[in-house]
Write a protein that binds this ligand. Sequence first.
Ligand code: BGC
Length: 370
Amino acid sequence: MSRTTTALSLLAATALAASLVSCSNGGGGEGTATIENCNVGISMPTRSLERWINDGEQLQKSLKDAGCTVDLQYADNKTDQQISQIQNQVAGGSNILVVAAIDGEVLSPVLAEAKKQDATVIAYDRLINGTEDVDYYATFDNYKVGELQGKFIEDQLQLASTTETFNLEPFAGSPDDNNAKFFFSGAWDVLLPYVQKGTLTVPSGKAPSSNDAWASIGIQNWASDRAQSEMDNRISSFYGGGKKVDVVLSPNDSLAIGIIASLKSAGYKPGDDYPILTGQDADKANVKAILDGEQSMTVWKDTRTLGDRVFTMIKQIASGEEVEVNDTTTYNNGEKIVPSFLITPEVVVKEDVKTKLVDSGFVSASDVGL
Ligand code: BGC
């Protein structure tokens, strides 16, 4: 090929890339953005949790605004349903799949089908394990989520300097969710030393002896009602004779809702004797609970930021650009280390609700009764 032809083809390639993607922002629906060759299947776990509704709808909107074809599906927390929805998306011609897995271990066969069609697969929020066929992972820093919860407890109870002992009840997330292990490890790396010293005691005995044993206290499907009955059992079996729960490690807001209901029915009332209770997601009901003194904090993961990141990834994939990641060491799925983009989560307590959640438009004041 002559020099001139090479220069011309370069020019043509640049013009093509520019026509494939003409984009003025990082997503989130602002401004004009056009992505071509963009047929996206989005597979979300469930509509029963507010965060996934926000995640799915926001990403769908920014992609549609950019001219993509989008098929957004929710799988009712049922693995088989999620697999058949992804199969349909692949059959329908999706060339990019965004999947928040219900069970991170079972998607290899369906992703192998997707790969036969050259689809690019982005694991959304939760890693997909045991397969080569996942290309990127976009998430919040899951270990950090747990660490923020553990450090919050450590600070509130001044565990490093206190001479008191406190009764802790720890919970973990769904055993089939790869994130749950990271959340628990982040928290337990802070708290386990205090359990070993005796500063924290766990009257129910449900204190995993190592991070790897986390699933023994996992709550299947992150279900509020299961967390509630587990907490009911712990309180009725191990808290007789005036013994009080001082602190509950809850990995997320849906578990915290069940734990709050259990504490209420056992007679705990917001105030000085109410246990410290952690959470994650800043779901509206939990933000209200924080304002009412029924929950102490939540780890806020601004799903709009995650949506924007995935939008950027899709734009880069569709235009053949290099996909930007910021972690190439942490997320080994058993077959490969999946190139990841990790976003930093942050703590929200009562005083932050207006400045962080309302002023940024994440929730409206009226949604949370402000
Ligand atoms: C997500 C959390 C969510 C939980 C339950 C996790 O994988 O990272 O934000 O609370 O699933 O849906």
